[in-house]
Design a binder for this molecule. Structure first.
Ligand code: MLT
Length: 281
């Protein structure tokens, strides 16, 4: 996997295909390989870039605390390093969605569209933020095993846990391969992330929301509320999937993304709320 040198880090990434750039950002505690099936298909028509964020996968780890502001600026620096100046479609799963919200705030002119998978706009409650600090402490002391043990049952739908052992195993391997210092720095940063809810009505680019119907972390109700708040958006609900839809339902997620990307590249059919804010059942 190639790496790109940014100011203070090396960023590992997949970069393949040609056409409008589509950048896909993974969740926590994961890496860019959660998007492997989307990358494979979308790269037939688009330039697809899936980085390991700072602190994850094969990218550099900067210990202490890493914030959504830092990751969004890393993405902008990555685009500069790749000499990508045209607007991108930015997709993010969960934590990747938090990064996408911040990227919209800080780098709006670089965006042609957003894909928000299984994410939320609200900040952590004080209780959730305290839990993050405890996670940071534990992962530094104990390593990654407890994260995999505690998170897998929440990340994946019951149907996935029961009938897709290869997906469960792959996600477990991804979690266990992470760097405890990267996970700890992320947990501290996520505990402080801002509330992006007031931003939602200002999102003025075409936006696709995707949610697994069994998502226990970013619920269907929460994501539908986000879709209602974002002017040019629509939501696709995916059956038999939890929080990691790109891995749990790759065919359905890729199809939804392909459809949206076609719309984004045909401006005459976008931005009509009556057309775009329907749920796909
Ligand atoms: C993720 O999948 O990125 C996490 O669930 C995000 C979070 O912990 O808030």
């Amino acid at each position: 996997m190639p790496t790109i040198h940014l100011a203070d880090i090396e960023l590992a990434l997949t970069d393949c295909g040609a056409g409008r750039p589509v950048v896909l950002v993974h969740g926590f505690p994961m890496d860019q390989s959660i998007w492997s099936q989307q990358v494979e298909t979308l790269a037939r028509q688009y330039r697809v870039i899936a980085p390991d964020l700072r602190g994850f996968g094969r990218s550099s780890v900067t210990p202490g605390k890493v914030t959504v502001e830092q990751w969004a600026d890393d993405l902008a620096a990555l685009l500069d390093a790749l000499e990508i100046h045209e607007p991108i479609v930015l997709g993010g799963l969960s934590m990747g969605g938090y990064v996408a919200f911040r990227f919209f705030q800080a780098h709006r002119s670089r965006l042609a569209g957003l894909i928000l998978c299984d994410t939320k706009a609200a900040a952590d409650t004080p209780q959730a933020a305290a839990g993050r600090l405890e996670t940071a402490r534990r992962v530094e002391c104990e390593g990654c095993q407890f994260l995999s043990d505690t998170m897998l049952p929440r990340l994946l739908a019951p149907a996935t846990l029961e009938s897709k052992p290869e997906v469960v195993d792959r996600l477990r391997q991804i979690i266990l391969a992470g760097d405890p210092a990267g996970y700890a720095a992320t947990s501290r940063g996520l505990a402080e992330r801002p509330n992006f809810t007031p931003l939602l009505p200002q999102i003025d680019c075409p936006t696709l929301l995707i949610v697994g119907r069994q998502d226990a972390i970013s619920t269907v109700a929460e994501m539908n509320a986000m879709s209602r708040a974002i002017p040019a958006s629509r939501i696709v609900e995916i059956d038999n999937a939890g929080h990691v839809t790109p891995m749990e339902a790759p065919v359905e997620v890729t199809a939804a993304m392909e459809q949206f990307l076609t719309e984004v590249t045909k401006p005459e059919i976008r931005n009509t709320k009556s057309e775009t804010n329907s749920s796909t059942k």
